[in-house]
Design a binder for this molecule. Structure first.
Ligand code: ZN
Length: 461
């Protein structure tokens, strides 16, 4: 597809059919990024007030929450209202169920599964407004690197939607939009050779993927003596996990372009993205970020704590003071790129391990996480691979819904692993966090032949 046709015809038509105002929002965001910090704070304040009013009027969960906290949304400054509200975490969302939903959201509600950063599966709902704003935010950051709507994008990615039963439809749509998908869950040496050939044939304007998978592909190409740089490539966008310095270096030198880090998640939204100056800018028009300490108090800029987000456009299922489990800080000052968007650092977020098969296949952790988190009856899980390649899955059952059996879990996981490794499933009462204080829900103890030297391994790597 010619990029300009995709840009001016196919993509706008698609969004109009879905009745999503993505392009109008993208034009707004294009303009507001240059507002002065004061003006952006005013935008946030107005949107926050609107959201709080909406949540209090249209969801029973927040009506009760505001009552219990004794806040009057019309009388208090919106930021003050937030400070007085309790935080929202996954168990609370799960317990609240439908009380969190705005049933009459225009265009309907769209369910999603997520594991977030903690290995606790969760179902939540999107509305059209939120989808459009998240998409518009993404368009804006791509333009920072000269990548526009309709340009060729190559994804090294894995998702149950893209790779599952709806795959054929998705592939047809991808072709129209100039997107192409490589399966990040299948990184055997042969597949990676094929990926390199696709890269050179497709000539994308940008690459998009998990830093771990892109770094793996880069290492593989180097070992094979193959080039990854191609004419027309403008940037590599990484997201989904923390991008460690050694990964950034490997990816940037292999592809010969800037590596731009995006921070966000399915449930929390498109929170922040790096600009070409290397600073992480908040999507301030869509997301309000608070940094909190261990007692739940809000910390000033410069101080490190847990990242808590309020999605200003999540009307169908309001996320107000949602705990991400990630650690970061807001940064005072302004970026030399001239944008008024505030800056932040993400200090610690999701770190994923690979799983290894005896034949040399390397699998992204998400390939085993997705089938587990889509199973009903699982509250929490952890996957451990031992040095002899055998895999242990610990599962905490949520038996309120249906009785979970070890056999059922094994049946889900076995097709992912194939027949080469031993698999054991245990039903346990609880899973304690690792010593880093954060759940690493896939851990592999298999020694890779090409392990990095210790000085190359970044923090938390
Ligand atoms: Zn900047």
């Amino acid at each position: 597809m010619i990029p300009s046709v995709a840009r001016h015809l196919i993509c706008p038509l698609h969004e109009r059919l879905l009745r999503r105002p993505t392009f109008r929002f993208a034009r707004q965001l294009e303009e507001s990024q240059w507002y002065a910090p004061d003006e952006l704070r005013a935008v946030q304040r107005d949107k926050l007030r609107d959201l709080l009013r909406h949540a209090g009027s249209n969801t029973s969960f927040y009506r009760r929450r505001f009552d219990q906290a004794g806040v009057n949304v019309d009388r208090l400054e919106p930021k003050e209202v937030l400070k007085r509200l309790p935080l929202l975490d996954k168990p609370t969302i799960r317990a609240a169920g439908e009380e969190l939903l705005w049933r009459s959201a225009p265009g309907g509600l769209f369910p999603h599964n997520t594991g977030g950063s903690t290995g606790e599966p969760l179902v939540f709902y999107f509305g059209r407004r939120r989808q459009a704003f998240d998409q518009a935010a993404r368009i804006r950051t791509h333009r920072w690197y000269g990548v526009d709507i309709g340009d060729r994008e190559l994804y090294l990615w894995g998702s149950p939607i893209e790779l599952g039963s709806g795959g054929r439809l998705k592939m047809a749509r991808d072709a129209l939009f100039n997107h192409r998908l490589l399966n990040a869950f299948d990184m055997s040496p042969d597949r990676m050779d094929a990926y390199i050939r696709t890269l050179h044939r497709f000539q994308p304007a940008c690459l998009f993927g998990y830093p771990s998978s892109l770094a793996l592909l880069a290492e593989h190409a180097r070992a094979r003596g193959r080039q990854l740089s191609t004419a027309g490539l403008r940037a590599v966008f990484v997201t989904g996990e923390v991008c460690h310095p050694h990964q950034r270096k490997t990816i940037a030198s292999a592809f010969g372009v800037d590596v731009a880090d995006g921070y966000g998640s399915r449930e929390a939204g498109f929170i922040a993205h790096q600009c070409p100056q290397g600073n992480m800018h908040l999507t301030a028009e869509n997301i309000f970020v608070e940094i909190i300490d261990g007692q739940g108090s809000v910390l000033p800029p410069g101080h490190t704590g847990e990242i808590v987000v309020t999605h200003l456009d999540a009307y169908a299922m309001p996320f107000i003071r949602y705990r991400t489990g990630d650690v970061g800080r807001l940064r005072p000052g302004r970026c030399s790129c001239g944008r008024g968007l505030p800056m932040m650092d993400v200090v610690q977020g999701r770190t994923t391990d690979f799983l290894y098969l005896p034949d040399g296949t390397v699998m992204h952790a998400l390939s085993i996480i997705y089938p587990l988190r889509e199973m009903t009856g699982i509250r929490q899980f952890r996957v451990t691979q031992n040095e002899d390649f055998s895999v242990l899955v610990d599962v905490v059952a949520d038996n309120r819904i249906e009785r979970l059996t070890r056999e059922a879990v094994a049946q889900r996981v076995r097709p992912v692993l194939g027949g080469q490794v031993d698999l054991q499933v245990s039903l346990v009462d609880g899973i304690s966090p690792s010593h880093s204080g954060k759940h690493r829900y896939v851990v592999s103890r298999v020694q890779r032949k090409t392990d990095r030297s210790p000085e190359e391994v970044g923090p938390g790597g």
